[in-house]
Design a protein around this ligand. Sequence first.
Ligand code: FES
Length: 549
Amino acid sequence: MSARLHLDQRAGDAPAGTSLFEGAEALGVKVPTSCLKNGRCKECVVEVTGGMELLSPRSEPERHLAGNFRLACCARVVAATGDVRCHTMRRGAMRIERQAFELPARGPRRAPDPAVTRDGDRILLDGAEIARGAGPLHGLALDLGTTTVVLRLLDLETGEVLADSSFENPQRFGGSDVMARIHYDSNDGTRLLQRTLAGYLSHAIGELPVDPRTIYEVVVVGNSTMRDLFFQLSVYSIGQSPYRSVTELEVAAGARATTGLAAPARRLGLPVHPRARAYGLPVISGHVGADAAACMLAVDLAHEERLVAVMDIGTNTELVVGNQHRILAASCPAGPAFEGGQITFGMPGLPGAIERVTIRDDGAITTGVIGGGAPEGLCGSGLVDLLGELVRTGRINALGRFEDGAPGLVVDARGDRPITFNEADISALAQAKGANVAGLRIVLGEYGVRASDLDVFYLAGGFGRYLNVEASKRIGLIPDLAADRVRQVGNAAIEGACIALLSRTKRAELEELVKRVVHCRLETHPRFFDVFVEGCQFAAIDDGILAAT
Ligand code: FES
């Protein structure tokens, strides 16, 4: 008799006494590790989604973990029967676009103007020699998302993208949103979140198709918390009113000129050239971080005349509205629901995720699954599609209640477990949507414009790329604008990081531009609660100008 272990879309027998790490190896699933599988490196984190009671109690090396997270090398199957379901921090196969789409084309692309240059056999960083040799010059762009981390390797002399990679942010064990991570890091005192992420990044860098010692600069973007955690700064002040990062406080005190950061990349744990630099794009203010700044670079806001909005929907949604003359920005604490978190069968946009949903006239539900085959769960675009169809067919009302009084429905029954969707899931999505819509309405209101005044609405982010725009408008996730004004631009943050990696001029321009951005603080806005509640409803976004009180 053996228990059954289900891990990353594979399954096999796991006799009592088998560690989850051994079980994974038997199934051919690679689990990250940098130790002797003895609980030291903390990299082998897995999330247990079923059968936790069939595992050994949490051991001393797992003291830092809570909820469903375990170390694969420490957790052992102790039952002789039953099903244990878990997954590693998912790696590699996420659908992240290599290039952002429909970004402003402003004449021919300029020749690269990177900080790393060559003078004969001398390799220079900002004009100072850091190495000698005739080999290639590489740079790395990193987008540290709360949920997903994306890397892109560039040739600094040609600007060519050589490789990219992505993985689920392993810091999830410290909570799914930035406030939870801040709380975790502030109580931990050992920089475990940073070390764990650096460990994962080291593996990802090791898998790039170049010698990592030819990487001379790393440009980092992310929200304020993700960026500062990575640079080993205290994030405590970002979690306390008035929610300002260390660099923002230092700029206000006159102790530094910019919120941009620089540090030796090796000191941050990256296995690149020993004298490589890590440069963090400037943060804007509060939770409006370097990812929003990178999006501004990607859409070339510094030279934009039209009125544009950039909405990067994620666990922390970043919102920027304006043009070169005036820019407002906000950060919306949406939470992870649209990335599959807090949803019964939610999952990232990986093979096995339902990404398309249609409800036919006879009420039957048809689905499209990434990679084909039986579904394992629903990713963000599938969730938006499903909500859009439930609204279109009148199965749910504007409050998200099933009109037939049922507590939920079966979306797809083809897999080994039926994929269901219930009112608690709808409620989590409604609240995430409410936060995004509240942010949008408040920023537009402060700007004194209607959504319909926007010339371009950029929908950024890996999730935004695959959204069904019509369903998104129907449920009120994005404004009801004509199709030619909505641009799904993919990962604009990593695109902005690449622009900064290739251009010192753009970098300097951005450092000045962020100083002119006015931060709309949603948490203290008198209308926040009203517009949040309104935004939770599944109806088109109100086009009126929001009055101040
Ligand atoms: S493999 Fe290092 S802690 Fe588990």
